[in-house]
Design a binder for this molecule. Structure first.
Ligand SMILES: C[S@@+](CC[C@H](N)C(=O)[O-])C[C@H]1O[C@@H](n2cnc3c(N)ncnc32)[C@H](O)[C@@H]1O
Length: 228
């Protein structure tokens, strides 16, 4: 598969991005503690963001999971491109998509093919993707998980698969959050948290059906299949 990508300007769009860049270039910028990056909702709910993991190569259990994929893979909200770069390194056709220009630049630096855009805008090879990733809670993108599931139904090919990482327990929440990094606070944006049970309820009548659940260390990734 050939994916044309135009060059992007380097722009650091979030504090977490800056931290990823610093971690990747420790001798240039110095390594900083990334453990204090969280999303905080308007009502004070705190959701940790594992920026250290996002900026590291896939762990052995993650690699074991990624090796199940044959491609073409679309990694939605790919961040620094760890999954897309790993897959590409294994000659699996994989493309990342991310709305953060800085993270797209970083993903490309890390060896991933990646486009800078929202998943809600038309993506390359729309309707032809065999496997789509929504890892790291990315089912929360846009704050409306049903809309995202519907959107990705149009992105996947018939019988295509969608891998959704869910929260093991708890209710489904639609939130407005801000990124906090130490004392730095970002702009508000919509986000959602979806549990296993929440996803189960959501897919009824959605055109997706559950095929399998993968456990990757303490994380749960639900494999959905696009019904015809
Ligand atoms: C929790 S992080 C995911 C990190 C990534 N999966 C990784 O392994 O590093 C969420 C990502 O979704 C991206 N994002 C948010 N809204 C988006 C949208 N509408 N379309 C595409 N990407 C989006 C953010 O820029 C961010 O990189």
């Amino acid at each position: 598969m050939i994916v044309a990508i135009s060059p992007a300007e380097v722009s650091k769009t979030s504090t977490a991005t800056n931290r990823c860049v610093q971690q990747r270039l420790p001798r240039v910028a110095g390594v900083r503690d990334t453990s204090d990056t969280v999303l905080v909702s308007e009502c004070g709910l705190t959701l940790p963001l594992d920026v250290d993991r996002f900026c590291s190569p896939p762990t052995r259990p993650e690699r074991r999971f990624l090796r199940k994929l044959h491609g073409p893979v679309l990694d939605v909200g790919c961040g620094p491109g760890r999954a897309a770069a790993y897959l590409r390194g294994r000659h699996v056709p994989a493309l990342g998509v991310d709305s953060s220009e800085g993270l797209v630049h970083l993903a490309r630096t890390n060896g991933a093919l990646c486009v800078h855009q929202s998943v809600f805008d038309p993506v390359p090879f729309e309707g032809r993707w065999h496997e789509i990733l929504l890892l790291d809670g990315n089912i929360g993108i846009g704050g409306d998980p049903e809309r995202l599931l519907e959107r990705l139904r149009g992105v996947a090919r018939p019988n295509g698969r969608l891998f959704v990482e869910v929260a093991p327990i708890g209710p489904t929440r639609r939130l407005t959050v801000r990124e906090h990094v130490g004392s730095d606070v970002g702009e508000p944006f919509p986000w959602a948290v979806v549990s296993m049970r929440g996803l189960d309820e959501m897919i009824a009548g959605s055109g997706w059906r559950c095929e399998e659940v993968h456990r990757v260390e303490d994380r749960l990734i639900v494999q959905l299949e696009r019904m015809m």
